[in-house]
Structures are given as C-alpha cells and as structure tokens.
Design a protein around this ligand. Structure first.
Ligand code: GDP
Length: 484
C-alpha cells in the first residue's frame, strides 16, 4: 500500500539510514530521533556492511551483556582467576580518563575495537558521567555492573603488572608465536593502557602479533586518553574489515559517534530548549569554541585578536560598517547566529558588543549567544558535564565552526556535524601569539594527538602519514594523525 512505501523512507531517515536500531522505545530517549532534525543530512553515505555489523553487535551484546547467564558465567571465571578456552563471550571494560570530549573519543575508539575483536563493550560509569547518555544497545546495558571485581581506577596505570606491555616484559605472556598459546594458560584479564607517553601512544600494541594474543583474553580492561581509532587502521589484520565498514575513512567518528551518543531526556531538554529559543529560526549558525588549556595559557587579548583575525580572514561573519547601509542588499535582514562555547564570558561580551554598537555593511543581523560560562573545568561535577554535553551538541548544529586547536571537545562537535572546522592554531611553545590565525581542517575526523610507532617488531620509527594513504598529520598537532 501507498502509505507503507511512504513511511518506510521516513522511518529510514529517522534512524539515519539504518545507523540506529529500530528496537527502541522512542520516548525513552528523544534525542536519538530528534537531534538529527537540527542538522543537515550527513554528507557521508553509510556502508550497508557497517549497518549489518552494528545489528550483529547488538544481538551479541544482548546475548552476553549484564544480567545474562553468560555474563554471570564470565564473571565467575574472572573471579576464579581463570581464562577459559573457547569462551562464548568476551568483554572490554572501558575506564574514564580526562574530560567529556576525551571520554567520548575513547569510548568510540573502544567500541570500534570491540567491533573488530568481537568483544562486548562495558563502561565504568563514574558519578559525574551518570545520566548523560542513553543506552545505545537495545534490550541490554553498557553500564558495568557494580559487582565487577576489578573496579578500582587507581590500579590502572602504566606500571600496573596486569598491563599487557608489562606482562610481555615480565614474561607472563609471549607474543612471538601467538598460535601456540592456549587461552587457558593466560591470566584472567589483561589491562590495555593506551595513553600518550612522550608524545607517542604508549608502547605499540597495534600489531598483529599483539592483537592475536590480546584476543585470547576473555576480559580486557582498557583506559585511554587518546582517540586511538586511527591506530586500529594501522593493524594489518583489521585493515580489510575497516575498509568494508568505512569506505570513507573520514566518517569513522561521525558515524560511530552518532550511533553511540544520545543525550538523555534531561540533557536533551537543555539542548532543545536552547536550540528552539535562539537557533531554530536563524539563517545561518556559526559556532566558536574557545578553549584555553592550563598547560598553554594564552592571554585574553591575544586569543580575542586571533579569533577576530580568523573571522575577518575567513569571512565568517559580516563586516562592520560605519553607517546603516543605504542600499538594501540580498543579505539585508538575514540573521546569523553566533554560538560561543567557552568557560569564560569575555569573548561573547566583546563580539556581542561589536555587533550591538555597529551596523554590518550588508544589513545582516548578527545575534550572539553563549549558553554558559563555567569559569573552571570540573571533571567530577555531574551538572557541569551535562552543560558540557549540551554545548557539544549545540555546537554540532552549526553550519560553520571555528575551534581551538587541540580540543577534543571541539573535535567531537565538528565530527558530529560533519563539518570541516577552522582551527585556531596554538602559538609555538616559545611564542604568545600565533602568526596564522586559523586554518581549515581537511577532514571531519578527530586528531590522534600521539601516534603509535608503526613498525611493530622493528622498533624503528616510521612516519605513518608517509606510508598510509588515508592518514595525514593534523593541522593543529603537527605530529598527530588523522584519517581523511
Ligand atoms: P579538551 O580538554 O578541550 O580536550 O576537552 P574535554 O571535554 O576532554 O575536557 C574539557 C572539559 O572542560 C569539558 O568536558 C567541560 O567539562 C569543560 N569545558 C571546556 N570548555 C567548555 C565549554 O565551552 N563549555 C562547557 N560547558 N564546558 C567546557
């Protein structure tokens, strides 16, 4: 019947072309269905292979997730100190590190890793992260139950004896002949420490030999401060699968992020109230995200000067005139909304003041908004994180984005949007100002700040960007890598 053929594409649209599962109750998580209405359609086609892979993963998660008898059995084995041969379910448990942007990037990376290595992803949800995200997998939960025996984040550090690299060093495991190692000879779990260390991604574990051994552990605990998804593309045994999932490599976080992260109704309330109040009816939305890092403080005047240089050079906002334009232009009366995300209110005050006190040459109207200015970063406050998440979402509805270099908060926003941002470069280490105000990113992928060492056994440094045609160095972090 005609109605069925009409409603099918509509449902497909709502589920982002099949990216999202149809198995959820809509009212339980409104953002899942409504967030995409605030954005342009994704510029990146979805591979049917990825869609199948996600549905298969969901079934696996439901079969093995918390509350199932398979989960109980796996926990019993873990508590008993055994790593069983031929386990039906394998798990990777994510632990948090740093702020929300960092966490979202590492959750997505860990999920990609779970897809590749056939593990169920579970999250250690700390109090500050509670109630931020809806459950992404139908009929199950990704929250690590409280009775997990190795629940202490303090134990997860570079020197931990359970860390894979330390196991290698201490001859607890060997990786020279992975095929000959029975799973039951291994410890009950492995810790994978994927943090940057001296600008490199720990020791390189993104090699086939290491992955073959790691895949034999039924339980893996993972902590990372880096968007390590690009490193998975450098592991030969995962290359083909990744090619099938992401024919356009630039869309990895864009798709996985839109699949995984949906603000809960509470946070969605903040987002949608703000959007409807200030952004829904404007002609264009321009987002500025200004992030000042404690390790590289930049004076307000210098940062403000850099932002306005970028605005001028890239023509992000209408030029100021001296008098109201006499002739009406095609642009006259159009409203451009500027959305500012920053911990401080100074940038907002000055830009708003500029367009309050002066007309534009074209007669365009510039409306400037900033949802909050928290002043201080608070890793452990739930309310603070709700606002941070809401602002990441609001930024991601912008048509154009200019953001501070190095900020994972900004990376998540532009990647959701599918918009290549202008990046406000960080001054050189010995300088107070950046010569170049901003530069357009060549990709909507986040940057991996600290690359892995590519040549696994050789221990010889290779510049990945010169070897792999689909990675290049990041505009903001010269030694960093991003997919494009
Ligand atoms: P990064 O440090 O810029 O890479 O981003 P993270 O998100 O990992 O950590 C920064 C944290 O500081 C955020 O999660 C927020 O808690 C807070 N923060 C930084 N900038 C803003 C902002 O513009 N708005 C809000 N609400 N919070 C911010």
């Amino acid at each position: 019947p005609a109605t069925a053929s009409k409603s099918l594409p509509k449902l497909q649209d709502k589920l982002l072309g099949g990216l999202l599962s149809a198995a959820f109750e809509e009212s339980s998580c409104q953002s899942r269905y409504k967030s995409s209405l605030y954005r342009k359609k994704s510029p990146f086609p979805l591979s049917p292979y990825l869609v199948r892979k996600l549905r298969k993963y969901e079934a696996y998660h439901k079969k093995c997730g918390p509350g199932t008898k398979r989960y109980r059995k796996a926990i019993e084995q873990l508590k008993a100190g055994r790593n069983a041969d031929n386990a039906e379910c394998k798990y990777v448990v994510w632990f948090p590190c740093n702020g929300l942007g960092n966490r979202m990037l590492t959750i997505a990376s860990t999920f990609l890793y779970a897809l590749l290595s056939n593990r169920v992803l579970l999250m250690h949800v700390a109090a500050e992260q509670e109630g931020l995200f809806c459950e992404p997998f139908p009929g199950s939960s990704w929250v690590l139950p409280g009775d997990f025996p190795h629940n202490n984040p303090q134990g997860l550090h570079i020197g931990a004896p359970e860390s894979y690299v330390n196991m290698l060093k201490n001859n607890v495991v060997r990786n020279d002949d992975p095929g000959s190692v029975p799973a039951s000879s291994l410890p009950p779990y492995v810790y994978l420490h994927v943090e940057q260390f001296r600008l490199k991604l720990s020791d390189n574990i993104f090699c086939d030999e290491d992955q073959l051994i790691l895949n034999k552990f039924n339980w893996m605990i993972l902590k990372s401060d880096s968007y390590f998804a690009p490193a998975l593309f450098m592991t030969p045994m995962y290359e083909k699968e990744l090619e099938n999932m992401f024919p356009q490599k630039e869309s990895v976080f864009h798709h996985l992020g839109r699949y995984l992260f949906h603000p809960t109704n509470k946070v969605w309330g903040i987002v949608s109230r703000y959007y409807e109040a200030y952004l829904a009816r404007v002609d264009e939305k321009i987002g500025f995200q200004i992030r000042i890092f404690p390790e590289k403080p930049i004076k307000f005047e210098n940062m403000y000067d850099q932002l306005t240089r970028c605005i001028r050079e890239q023509r992000l906002l209408p030029e100021l005139g001296t008098a109201e334009p006499a002739n009406t232009t095609a642009e006259a009366g159009k409203v451009k909304a500027v959305l500012i995300a920053s911990l401080y209110s100074g940038y907002y005050e000055k830009i708003r003041g500029m367009y309050y006190e002066n007309p534009t040459k074209t007669g365009e109207i510039v409306a400037v908004y900033q949802p909050s200015h928290e002043e201080q970063q608070q890793y452990t406050s739930n309310e603070h994180n709700q606002k941070a998440l809401a602002e990441i979402y609001l930024l991601s509805y912008c048509d154009k984005i200019a953001m501070s270099a190095w900020s994972t908060f900004g990376y998540v926003a532009y990647s959701f949007a599918g918009v290549k941002p202008w990046i406000l470069l960080r001054p050189d280490w010995d300088k107070e100002r950046s010569e170049v105000a901003c530069i357009r990113s060549t990709s909507v992928e986040p940057c991996l700040h600290s690359p892995p060492i590519l040549s696994c056994r050789a221990k010889r440094e290779v510049d990945v960007a010169t070897v792999k045609p689909y990675v290049r160095h990041c505009e903001d972090v010269g030694f960093g890598l991003k997919l494009f």
